[in-house]
Ligand binder design. Structure first.
Ligand SMILES: [Mg+2]
Length: 380
């Protein structure tokens, strides 16, 4: 009987041995429009990061993954490069679940949520890309096949801070064919004005990004009852206050959505046990990749929780989310932040048209990033 160990080399000649794994951080400017400029803890800038992880096997198959990143975050890229990726090189790329488990286990003392988990997520996405490329099929086929060839997309607006600004953005989104719009305003009157402006033309969700205590959230949510929101997202600070979130949920009929700040399945179990959510929103580039999101999907199906993945991503994470959404019977929407970039990593192939995106049909994720765009926007 052969003895298995984490470091056991792959059978010679299989071609599945991972020979390189690297991070590639790019940051692309988008057209100004939101006021004030978008800020994520650093200098406010109108750019969004895409933190790529590129994994290559001995057979020459290249897989692309994405870690959540904001603000030209070279520190995050360095952390993933120095702590996560060395645990991947030399491994058998076909052992997706085992690699994910072992990285998580070995790095557990760095925390079970946050930066390193973003790296684990990126590795997982890249390994699924490799697996599907090796099989010669689009990722959705490895996930059980497609329920649909197109996925509905909602326009996830930036924050504008004025009635004129948010209403103009809503009109722009509707004109581009979106039938669902998510606001990021935090002033109740601006949410009400935007919802009124969209009435009868687009469903409206409000994402306030965790600003309120449970008591304040209950008051604001009751004011918003007349706006008939499709959901209210993350009303409570801190995001892990599931008891407070449950109180907000119990005080109104508006569906409560949350989960983009969760680390994985266990946190969704805790949310549901606390009666905190109607809608689960894990992010494929934060919460553990394709592998973890499939577990969360199954958990949601077993507990009558809607699954609507978070996706403020523009790279492999967005494409992997499309494949996953296409593989699920309940038809979750794709979230796409509503901004126009100076350059497109996929030459525009991932931009929604009339509120939908096509599920790529080529092997793997189905589209690889444009190397010229990478070269031009790489953060040095
Ligand atoms: Mg959100």
């Amino acid at each position: 009987m052969s003895k298995m160990s984490a470091s056991q080399p792959v059978t010679q000649g299989s071609g599945d041995r991972i020979v390189s794994a690297e991070t590639i951080l790019i940051s692309i400017p988008f057209r100004e429009g939101a006021q004030p400029v978008w800020s994520f803890g650093g200098t406010p800038k109108n750019t969004f990061d895409t933190l790529l992880v590129r994994i290559e096997t001995e057979a020459g198959i290249i897989g692309w993954g994405e870690a959540f990143s904001r603000g030209e975050d070279a520190t995050l890229a360095a952390l993933i490069s120095s702590r996560v990726l060395p645990l991947v090189v030399g491994r058998d790329a076909s052992q997706i679940s085992k690699i994910k488990h072992e990285i998580e286990f070995q790095l557990q003392n760095f925390g079970r949520n946050g930066s390193l988990n973003y790296g684990v997520s990126a590795v997982d996405i890249a390994l699924w890309d490799i697996a599907a490329k090796r099989a010669g099929v689009p990722l959705v086929k490895l996930l059980g096949g497609s329920f649909r060839s197109e996925v509905d997309v909602y326009a996830s607006l930036l924050r504008y801070g004025t009635a004129d600004g948010v209403v103009a953005a809503c009109e722009d989104a509707i004109a581009r064919g979106y039938r669902a719009i998510k606001l990021h305003e935090i002033e109740v009157d601006l949410i009400e004005i935007a919802a009124e402006a969209c009435a009868g033309r687009a469903r409206v969700m409000a994402d306030v990004n965790c600003p309120w205590s449970p008591a304040v959230a209950i008051r604001h949510n009751q004011s918003l009852q007349t706006s008939s929101l499709h959901w209210l997202e993350e009303p409570v600070w801190p995001p892990e206050d599931y008891i407070g979130l449950a109180r907000v949920r119990a005080a109104s009929s508006t569906p409560i959505a949350a989960g983009e700040n969760a680390g994985g399945l266990s946190e969704f179990v805790a949310m549901v046990q606390a009666n905190a959510i109607d809608i689960a929103q894990p992010d494929i580039a934060k919460s553990g990749g394709v592998t973890e999101l499939r577990r969360i999907v199954a958990f949601c199906e077993a507990n009558a929780i809607r699954f609507e993945p978070h996706c403020a991503l523009f790279g492999p994470g967005q494409i992997a989310t499309v494949h996953l959404a296409a593989s699920i019977q309940s038809a979750p929407m794709l979230e796409r932040l509503f901004c126009d970039f100076e350059a497109e990593l996929y030459d525009g192939a991932t931009i929604p048209k009339n509120g939908v995106v096509s599920v790529p049909s080529s092997p793997g994720l189905g589209i690889d990033p444009n190397p010229d765009v990478i070269a031009r926007y790489r953060v040095r």
